[in-house]
Design a protein around this ligand. Structure first.
Ligand code: 5GP
Ligand code: ZN
Length: 118
């Protein structure tokens, strides 16, 4: 998908409002509009990248930074004893918004099991 019709690009540009959790020159974190856990926010790259499957070595720095900062943001939001990150990717991963984002899910209490075994 191009950046023109991308909802997360519009959020990055401030054209669609969000409840911001964190921002720097390369990353933006904001609360998910339909939370599925007491703590549920998204961390997106400001650069439009379709998905985790579109990363290359050029993105190692920003993705590394995302990974090392997520625990601090989760704790700030009240998930002080662990959290879960989820990165739905492509058709198999049931990705809905094709702008790279990780979900950060947290409690106070433990989250449900990861994937229900049918
Ligand atoms: P995924 O692509 O990983 O399946 O999920 C996209 C996530 O983005 C969903 O959890 C959905 O609730 C969230 N989302 C979709 N549109 C918006 C929006 O306009 N604002 C916010 N804050 N979250 C959104
Ligand atoms: Zn985008």
């Amino acid at each position: 998908m191009s950046t023109d019709n991308c909802i997360f690009c519009k959020i990055v540009l401030g054209e669609i409002p969000c409840r911001k959790v964190y921002e720097d020159d390369e990353l933006l974190a904001f609360h998910d509009i339909h939370p599925v856990a007491p703590v549920h926010f998204l961390v997106v790259t400001k650069e439009h990248i379709d998905s985790m499957a579109h990363l290359d070595t050029r993105h190692a720095g920003v993705m590394g930074r995302m990974m090392v900062m997520v625990h601090g943001l989760a704790a700030q939001q009240g998930s002080t004893d662990g959290f879960r990150i989820v990165c739905n990717t492509g058709r198999v991963g049931r990705q809905d918004v094709f702008h790279l984002h990780v979900h950060v899910l947290g409690g106070p209490g433990p989250l449900p099991g990861m994937i229900a075994r049918a």
